[in-house]
Design a protein around this ligand. Sequence first.
Ligand code: ZN
Length: 198
Amino acid sequence: MITPEYQKQEPHKNTQAMEKYIQQLLYDLEQIMLQRWRACPPHYFQAGMPSPFLMPSEGWEEEAGEDVEAEVSEAESDLDFDLTIAEMERWLECEHEGSMFSAFGLEPEQFPPLDRLSDEQVEGLTFALLRLWESFNFSASFPNKTPARILYPLLLERMLEGCMVLDDGHIGIEFCEYDPATCPFEMTYCDCREFMTR
Ligand SMILES: [Zn+2]
């Protein structure tokens, strides 16, 4: 595993390095989504379900099946990126039973912890993760106004667990089990307490 650039920097000096790192990570996530959309457009997208997380990545066209090779060689040459694509291809060829991270061709270490990120960076990464999930037919259930700072670590934690990726189906993932004592969303955001007292 290559140490991400931001981890090599002194914390007080790393603002620029981190921003550069985040931009590259967001780009890499879009490329993973693009490959997935080309191999298998999301189930809910095909079913015509509207969602802010079901927007295709730039470069995707409905009938673009044959252009994958050409597009990949045109993409910026970057070792990490090539590895990710190779992993994706290997995974697409065989049944996969690993974590969501490995299904996506990602490593947990690629995602900086909350205390190293600005609000804007957490929001960007959280939105990208939700889009990534949808492109692999996973939907996260969470209260509408949940801040990205609560959601980001929950998504990453869930990605450590196993998963089965469906091409023609869809899996909803819940974080609240309708028990206010263990609800990961603060009561400000989740209405499970209300649900319990009904
Ligand atoms: Zn709850």
